[in-house]
Design a protein around this ligand. Structure first.
Ligand code: AMP
Ligand code: ZN
Length: 111
């Protein structure tokens, strides 16, 4: 997708701090961290959000990557994975992504 921020990051056309990469997934530090660890985990294929993912094996690739990143970052006390979807869901970048956050205690449903 030509005008997609995350496609540009994946292609290396915009800078990012890479945390993890494989054939299907790219993960980088969020520019506006909401926790000591805040990684954006992105499928290399462009999907606007969850509703466009018709091949569920793609989600498996993301979960595999998240498990590897969690191991790599050694977040023993737990972590939070968030997928904001659509306007009411608070999604601001229209390329499917999962926020992986750790390093502090999170409240629920907010905080
Ligand atoms: P969301 O609001 O759920 O769509 O998440 C988009 C996330 O992308 C936000 O947490 C932003 O801080 C993050 N973000 C936006 N631009 C960049 C960038 N250039 N590099 C890293 N993270 C970014
Ligand atoms: Zn994209």
């Amino acid at each position: 997708m030509q005008d997609c921020l995350f496609c540009k990051i994946i292609a290396g056309e915009l800078p990012s701090t890479k945390i993890y990469e494989d054939d299907y997934v790219y993960a980088f530090e969020d520019i506006d961290k909401q926790a000591p660890v805040h990684v954006v985990v992105v499928p290399k294929n462009h999907y606007k959000n969850i509703t466009e993912v018709k091949d569920s094996s793609q989600v498996g690739k993301i979960f595999d990557a998240i498990n590897k990143i969690v191991e790599q970052l050694d977040v023993k006390n737990g972590f939070r994975v968030v997928c904001n979807t659509g306007e009411d869901g608070g999604q601001t970048v229209e390329h499917l992504h999962f926020h992986l956050m750790a390093g502090r205690k999170f409240g629920w449903p907010a905080g």
